[in-house]
Design a protein around this ligand. Sequence first.
Ligand SMILES: [Zn+2]
Length: 275
Amino acid sequence: MKKLVHALTAACLLCVFIALPACNTTSSSSSSKSQLWEREMGAIADVAVNPNEANKELNLKVDLIEKGKYGRRLFRKLDPKFITIHSTQNYTGDAYAHAKALKRGALRGGVCGYLCWHFTVQDDTVIQHIPTDERGEHADFDGPGNTYSIGIEMCEHKGNNQLATMDRTAKLAASLMYHHNIPIENIRAHYHWPREGYDTPNKNCPHFLMENGQPGGTWRWFVGRINRHHQKLVKYDAQIREQEEKRKEEERRKRMVYQFIDRIGNRVTQWIGLS
Ligand SMILES: [Zn+2]
């Protein structure tokens, strides 16, 4: 009987341990929307990717606002510490239309009188509007969102593939993290930067990555994808470092063998009286 009780207790404990991880995976860390998108976009392979090759994949077009004009009217240096993600909520304009609008000063607002941000992403391309060392006007007037962050807008025009746009944006953010040494916790939704004087200071932006107007499981899922893309770039560096260490170690061993041969040679020479 005692043995039976022990066996039943062990079986119960086993069930609890098996059930625990299953509970964790269905916690609030993901949303049904993000689970569907993850399936459609596919997992990000855990492989090393050369950061230069990753940059080429972005299909980046540099089409800057003229220096000294409109959104670049005032030069204000940016030392980027954050990356801010937005979505355009413009259902007719693609990335090229936004580039044109910024270049002719058609979007008014912000502290300098003209809106501007660094990159606009659509499904097949990225367009850069201002250099990453210049401050934009996209988030929170004179707040930290504008003062310390690179602004990225995701397109929402009709016919644009939303998943491809999110994937390209995640790759762009990963590349910017890598080149500007920005940590993953400094990836922010526009929501995170309150706008002083507004009835709703925290904007529901990028709205399709928010839950009830706030960051939740879908936002965390998106940041997770940025992180995985970034890991691929970091992994490449680690592999290069490892190869370099191996090369140095091989050279050290070769040197030791040559020194040993030299010593033996000298002794033989001395022994047969040639020196
Ligand atoms: Zn926004």
